[in-house]
Design a binder for this molecule. Structure first.
Ligand code: IPE
Ligand code: IPE
Ligand code: MG
Length: 257
């Protein structure tokens, strides 16, 4: 997966991408597992199981393109409201997948991190997450961030509590200080957010961090979202004009008569 800058450039060009404009951080709302299963007359859990292949494809594509951080929204605070059977199946699937995949992730240079209220997860999940984080802690090709029992409002409330507990004074509060108190501390804001399944909403995901993120909404249901779709989202991102409220260089020469 390593290789020279020339290799990287060639790989990107083969996919029709500009190697110099690969986002550092991509965040994904993996949505549509339930509908994918329903279309096949199967239970929702069947969709979640099949969604794992798409996780694998996205991780592989991210490694290939040299993306440094990939955040996957795997379970939201609001998802605790789903039927107990589905929640339990999702937790079991998480444990099973971690156990099965952790060596390969480490071999590929992937470092695992979690964001969210992980203390609310079953003990077995917490143990495996801890093990996986330790096992991959020295890897530096790609940081894979799993958002688990995560919601942005939960995270912001925690950040405010943490600032108050550490005695931060009102005049000391800055945007950077707030970023440092979020669970994504140290991770650059995502340049691109992908949501699958045709839903056009944020669902309480990275609200602070996505202030200037580009959004790519795909109609594809998550279990069908493969490497081609991931690359397509990056291509879409590369066609965007990012202005951050300013003007592009070419627009500076405004005629003033
Ligand atoms: C996303 O798929 C996975 C999780 C939220 C855990 P859904 O389970 O939301 O699938 P749909 O949206 O009902 O099709
Ligand atoms: C968002 O998907 C959460 C995850 C993908 C983990 P949901 O399916 O839970 O969101 P809503 O209910 O459609 O907003
Ligand atoms: Mg959904």
């Amino acid at each position: 997966m390593m290789g020279s800058i020339a290799d990287h450039q060639e790989r990107c060009e083969a996919w029709g991408l500009d190697s110099e404009r690969i986002p550092q951080h991509v965040a994904i709302i993996m949505d549509g597992n339930g509908r994918w299963a329903k279309e096949r007359g199967e239970s929702r859990v069947f969709g979640h199981v099949n969604g794992i292949d798409s996780v694998r494809s996205s991780v592989e594509a991210a490694l290939e393109l040299g993306i440094k951080h990939l955040t996957l929204y795997a379970f939201s605070t609001e998802n605790w409201n789903r039927p107990k059977e589905e929640v339990n199946a999702l937790m079991d699937l998480l444990v099973e997948t971690l156990v099965k995949e952790v060596s390969e992730l480490a071999d590929k240079g992937v470092k695992l991190r979690t964001i969210g209220h992980t203390a609310a997860l079953p003990d077995s999940c917490q143990v495996q997450l801890q093990k996986a984080a330790e096992r991959t802690s020295h890897q530096d090709q790609l940081e894979l961030i799993l958002a688990l029992s995560y919601s942005s409002r939960w995270e912001m409330v925690e950040a405010v509590k943490s600032m108050m507990n550490s005695g931060v004074k009102a005049h000391e509060v800055t945007a950077d200080l707030i970023s440092e108190h979020l669970t994504t501390q140290g991770v650059p804001d995502p340049e691109l957010m992908i949501r699958t399944s045709g839903e056009h909403r944020i669902s309480n995901f990275l609200l602070w961090q996505m202030a200037y993120t580009e959004f790519h909404f795909s109609p594809v249901l998550w279990p069908d979202f493969g490497k081609e779709e991931f690359i397509g989202a990056i291509r879409d991102y590369q066609n965007r004009e990012r202005r951050f409220g300013g003007l592009l260089d070419t627009n500076h020469n405004v005629e003033t008569k």
